[in-house]
Ligand binder design. Structure first.
Ligand code: GLY
Length: 236
């Protein structure tokens, strides 16, 4: 879904536990798979984060095709939103479409990725948690990996993924760590109990966990042979 100007802008980041490497892009337009551009940043540059026109120029130089990402359905949603706009609208109530993925390979190495068009109808120029290491995604190859989805402002203000990994470092299991980070977020920002939020984690042994305050998110867990779908009970 687009921002308030009707423009689709994308954020993404990727991390590789081997070498603690990372790449990310923010406020990127017209490129269908921002995560692939983030990977290119990680694999081929000395930088971590490219944003806006510079990220687009980098994508073009690396052969990524450009296309208009505003689908007819998304344009309709945007037009309806504009028609119904009123000054009391809470922008944080708009939906978003973040996908966060954490992986552990057979050699015991972790990787993670997070990709999104961000909060729908956001202010043009807004960047969320997804391209920011420690917020939308974080991992430490000796400990575990964590990622977030939901309203990025709350995740950014509490560096939620970093917090989950640090809780696991202190000995918490992934689900406990997600819950504790969620509670930390709600303690610092009481309204965090309301807008959609979710945290996921995997530890170095492959145990997974999650915490969410809504039944709206679906979580998938795959072990290489089969994929299980779960809808965890929301934190009250
Ligand atoms: N979590 C995605 C965003 O708020 O942009």
């Amino acid at each position: 879904l687009p921002d308030e100007s009707g423009v689709v802008t994308l954020d993404a980041c990727i991390m590789d536990g081997v070498g603690h490497r990372a790449g990310s892009v923010a406020f990127l337009r017209n490129i269908r798979n921002p995560i692939s551009v983030a990977r290119k940043v990680m694999d081929t540059t000395r930088h971590v984060l490219l944003a806006g026109d510079g990220a687009l120029q980098f994508a073009r130089q690396n052969g990524f095709p450009e296309q208009d990402l505003l689908t007819d359905a998304a344009r309709q949603r945007w037009l309806e939103w504009k028609r119904g706009l009123n000054p009391n609208d809470n922008l944080l109530d708009q939906s978003h479409d973040t996908v966060t993925m954490l992986c552990l390979d057979r050699a015991g190495n972790l990787a993670g990725a997070c990709s999104t068009s961000g909060l729908a109808m956001k202010i043009h120029g807004r960047v969320g948690d997804s391209p920011i290491l420690g917020a939308g995604l974080y991992l430490d190859n000796q400990v575990g990996a964590a990622g977030a989805t939901g309203v990025g402002e709350l995740v950014l203000r509490t560096l939620a993924s970093f917090t989950v990994v640090e809780f696991m470092r202190q000995g918490m299991r992934p689900s406990e760590a997600c819950r504790a980070a969620f509670e930390r977020m709600c303690e610092k920002i009481p309204e965090a109990r309301h807008p959609q939020e979710a945290l996921i984690a995997i530890d170095k042994r492959g145990e997974v966990g999650c915490a969410t305050n809504t039944g709206d998110f679906t979580f998938y867990y795959g072990d290489g042979e089969r994929v299980q779908r779960t809808k965890p009970t929301p934190i009250a």
